[in-house]
Design a protein around this ligand. Structure first.
Ligand code: ADP
Ligand code: MG
Ligand code: MG
Length: 907
């Protein structure tokens, strides 16, 4: 006996564990114990703890066997006593399953072995006991197959090969001239046991163990080992489950769903996991063992009558045929069904959440084998939580805490219909850069996108990569597909901002701009061909797929009200156009946290005025061009102020390097030369002169505003005049002018002086005033360290965590795609720091900046406007450092609202 308790019994109504002990017993073990305690029939058994698994990986088999042996022997005796059977007996043999089960559910990732305890002696006992020779040999055959695979390692040699056991079985079926497993006779199955064992011996060199105890230990260790199989490791990475948790092992008496037509096995959900509808549902198979349902070998039937009728309607099956061939469990075994219905109700009421259950019916007797919190879609997540609040099952805070905020995304974008997806053909796969479903005709150029869209066509803009000049094309496209680029590439960021479906970095795609074709997986597509994108999975499909519009009323709206009730931070949006601003307000944004003025310069005739300004030799030339831009900017701001009626709008002054605005291709350069009446050479000369080796660390942000103050002057004028004009119409305006890329307090002061002086001049000219703030974006690491000085003059801080991340790590955001995937795979980085704020490093700077800023100016308004402002774990961080608000792209506003409320409740 060891000092630590490694083994917990269950199955006599007095389980030693309970639902609270998931860390120690794993989810499966803890819930089996809980079901036992509340009087639900579970086959008796015991759980070996996750601590034993950790000890096993440290000390190895011999030591762990010594530690566990006495307890496991006693626990097997506990099962034998309850079942009145004996392990390994040739009269009345006890069979057990050996099941994995970690803290977090990892469905199908680890291994389970059924029917353990069978050998050439005990199979005779099973035949005697059940009078069912075929069943006994089938059970034995399944056991040898599972054990041979999981414990003895007889697996396909290459990943293209079929399962070796299936190969043997198929050749026997061929020999017998049959197709279905169900047609195999008892003697066929007996032969398979022999053939399987022989194959194991030949291929692994090991004898199949006949001693049930040897079988048991082998299975226990194999389940421990399965914690580290490649599938499990991958799944953990995907879901951020720590590698050091380990799995528990559950050893449990077998019950049999394959003992004839009054036996069955199935899986059920207490509510609909796709829609959230409060409707018990699930699937079952008569005369089958558990893994048959999950593995999809036979088509299962519906558990409830209503489910069965709905299924038949979709499949076009008449009611008569349904009843005759595909009866529900409710109809086929009404008594057992009634019992199952009561149990599922009890389980859900007990757990207070939707449950996913596994059950088996052995000769008319119902056994529960598993219950767990059911996985669900975003739609189901919201509906179930709100229904449960109304039913009085959970309170409002619990409903909010049940949210996985990212999943709300699914509710906001149009979606493909399930029927459509089932028929669609995938032709490429990229990164799920911006969610949604898009169907349209291929175009390769932004101007074509515009022209086609103007004719009422639906287009998908397909590019190698996108540049700011593609913006207009992106705006009118249904979706954007790029062969290069990552999740934070320009296309992705802009698409998310527009709530537009986008797939980036679809590497198999080769684009030929000249011939206007795109080739992927050996097939060529032409301009005008139809394709569809799924921005949530990164899939590209051939042809059209039907979409359905999302519903945003009801439960979703109520959830948002709850979020507002419990949140401390509020949520703003990043929006550059009145359209974006309007969408964001619909989603509950309370202001604009980042309005990027440069995007306004890319469209139409403006780009020419902008280019003229940049190409000018002197201040006079620049002012002439700026005069052309002024009225356009002013009217943009009027639109945005009007859309945000009364909510604050943070406007960032010109930020990107100037050469981004210049034409790189010769024909465009000719065009601008003609328009400006200068030579092509002159244009080329300027473009070359403006070229920078590291433009993101170059002449940009307030560095431009301080070298060319007239730009800041013009922008201030546009903002303040727009505010006065809108105010005159009775609309409340609160402009907040934001200076980008400040690293030295003098940089800020110089800009601030220009802004305030210009504003005063306008107030005098117009004889009217508006209130406005001047603040800065904190995005250069140095700024966080001297934040106390910057705050002497700055009235607000907005953390620009995209640039701050870039400069803190020293990673170029546009080139990170080369090494980031490898860094993630090798665990050098846990997450992409451009998506999930690096709290340890970048977060420290955010905290320092906030603290130092508030030391100087206690009421300093602090927010965040990087991509992280819409990412739940980063939002929680912002709450903890005491920010006033987060700002994110319009389509992430609801996500941020819920994440902010969750952070407030957790704290
Ligand atoms: P997973 O975690 O992959 O779902 P399980 O341990 O739940 O694996 O086992 C898979 C299936 O095997 C179960 O759904 C159940 O139907 C069947 N099974 C497991 N243990 C038993 C048992 N003691 N009696 C009958 N069937 C069992
Ligand atoms: Mg299971
Ligand atoms: Mg920046």
């Amino acid at each position: 006996m060891s000092a630590t308790k490694y083994v917990y019994l269950f199955g006599n109504g007095k389980a030693e564990g309970n639902a609270e002990m998931k860390d120690l017993l794993g989810g499966k073990g803890a819930n089996l114990a809980e079901m036992d305690l509340i009087g639900i029939p579970v086959p008796p058994g015991f759980t070996i703890t996750t601590e034993a698994c950790i000890a096993y990986t440290k000390y190895g088999t011999a030591k762990i066997k010594e530690l566990l042996e006495d307890d496991v022997k006693a626990a097997m005796k506990h099962i034998e006593d309850i079942m009145q059977m004996q392990f390994g007996s040739n009269e009345n043999p006890l069979l057990v399953s050996v099941r994995s089960g970690a803290r977090a559910s990892m469905p199908g990732m680890m291994d389970t072995i059924l029917n353990l305890g069978l050998n050439d002696n005990s199979v005779q006992g099973l035949i005697k006991k059940t009078q069912n020779e075929r069943f006994a040999w089938d059970s034995y055959r399944r056991f040898v197959q599972m054990y041979g695979d999981v414990v003895m390692g007889l697996k396909p040699e290459n990943k293209e090969d079929l399962d070796p056991f299936e190969v043997i079985m198929d050749s026997l079926k061929k020999e017998r001239g049959i197709t279905s497993d169900l047609e195999l006779t008892a003697s066929d199955l007996k032969e398979l046991v022999y053939l399987f064992k022989r194959a194991i011996k030949e291929r692994t060199g090991k004898d199949f163990p006949d001693d049930p105890w040897e079988q048991l230990w082998g299975a226990i260790f194999a389940v421990f080992d399965s914690w580290n199989n490649p599938r499990a490791i991958f799944y953990r990475k995907l879901h951020n489950i720590p590698d050091d948790w380990g799995t528990a092992v559950n050893v449990q008496a077998m019950v049999f769903g394959n003992m004839g037509n009054n036996s069955a096995t199935g899986v059920a959900f207490t509510r609909d996991a796709a829609t959230g509808e409060h409707l018990f549902n699930g699937e079952y198979l008569i005369n089958a063992q558990g893994e048959d349902v999950v593995a999809g070998i036979r088509t299962p039937l519906q558990i409830t009558k209503i489910g069965s009728q709905r299924w038949a309607a979709l499949a076009g099956i008449s009611e008569e045929e349904r009843v005759a061939k595909y009866p529900s469990l409710e109809e086929a075994m009404p008594e057992v069904y009634k019992q199952l219905f009561e149990i599922q109700k009890k389980l859900e009421e007990h757990a207070k959440d939707m449950q996913d259950l596994e059950f088996t019916i052995q000769e008319g007797r119902l056994w529960l084998l598993q219950t767990r919190t059911g996985k669900r879609t975003g739609f189901a997540m919201v509906k179930i939580a709100m229904d449960m609040v109304r039913e009085g099952l959970i309170d409002e805070k619990t409903a909010l805490l049940r949210m996985e905020p990212n999943k709300l995304d699914e509710l906001l974008h149009p979606v493909f219909s399930q029927e459509g997806l089932a028929k669609a053909k995938e032709i490429a796969k990229g990164l799920p850069a911006s969610p949604g479903a898009a169907t349209g005709q291929i175009v390769f150029f932004a101007e074509d996108a515009e022209a086609w869209a103007a004719q009422g066509k639906k287009v998908i803009l397909c590019r190698l990569e996108t540049s700011p000049e593609d913006l207009r094309g992106m705006a009118v496209a249904q979706g954007i597909l790029t062969a290069r680029g990552g999740m934070t590439s320009h296309a992705a960021v802009v698409a998310r901002g527009m709530g537009k479906c986008c797939v980036t970095g679809a590497g198999s795609i080769v684009i030929d701009y000249k011939n206007r074709t795109m080739t992927t997986r050996g097939k060529t597509y032409h301009e005008g061909d139809w394709i569809s994108l799924n921005g949530s999975t990164g899939q590209v499909f051939e042809g059209k797929i039907e979409t359905v519009a999302p519903e945003l009323s009801g439960d979703f709206a109520e959830l948002m009200q709850l979020a507002d009730k419990y949140t401390r931070m509020y949520v703003r949006t990043n929006a550059d156009t009145p359209q974006d601003a309007t969408v964001a307000r619909k989603f509950g944004a309370r202001g604009i946290g980042l309005c990027r003025t440069e995007h306004m310069f890319f469209t139409g005739v403006r780009i020419n005025a902008m280019r003229e300004m940049i190409l000018a030799d002197n201040e006079e030339g620049r002012r002439k061009a700026l005069d052309k831009l002024l009225p356009m900017q002013r009217s943009d701001f009027e639109g945005i102020f009007t859309a945000m009626d009364g909510f604050p709008v943070t406007i960032r002054l010109l930020d990107p390097p100037l050469h981004e605005f210049l034409p790189q291709e010769e024909n465009q350069q000719k065009e601008i030369a003609n328009a400006l009446g200068i030579t092509l050479e002159k244009v080329k000369e300027r473009v070359n002169a403006l070229h920078e080796l590291n433009p993101m660390l170059g002449h940009r942000g307030c560095r431009v505003g301080n070298t060319y103050p007239e730009i800041t002057e013009m922008q201030t004028r546009a903002i303040i005049e727009a505010a006065l004009n809108v105010k005159a119409k009775g609309i409340k305006v609160i402009p907040e002018i934001m200076v980008p890329l400040v690293g030295i307090e003098t940089e800020f002061k110089m800009q601030e002086d220009i802004i305030r002086n210009t504003a005063e001049k306008i107030f005098e000219e117009k004889g009217d005033r508006v209130e406005f703030l001047v603040g800065t974006m904190i995005e250069v690491p140095r700024a966080t360290l001297v934040a106390d000085k910057i705050a002497e003059r700055a009235e607000f801080f907005s953390f620009g965590t995209n640039d701050l991340t870039q400069m803190t790590f020293g990673y170029s955001r546009d080139d990170v795609g080369v090494f980031l995937p490898i860094y993630l795979e090798k665990n050098i980085l846990k997450n992409d720091p451009f998506q999930i704020l690096d709290q340890e490093g970048v977060g420290q700077l955010v905290q320092i900046g906030t603290e130092r800023g508030r030391k100087t100016r206690p009421n300093l308004k602090v927010g965040i406007c990087g991509e992280h402002g819409g990412e739940p774990s980063s939002v929680e961080f912002c709450h903890r450092v005491g920010m006033d608000y987060v700002s994110c792209s319009p389509y992430r506003v609801p996500i941020a609202r819920v994440a902010a409320a969750m952070a407030a409740i957790r704290k």
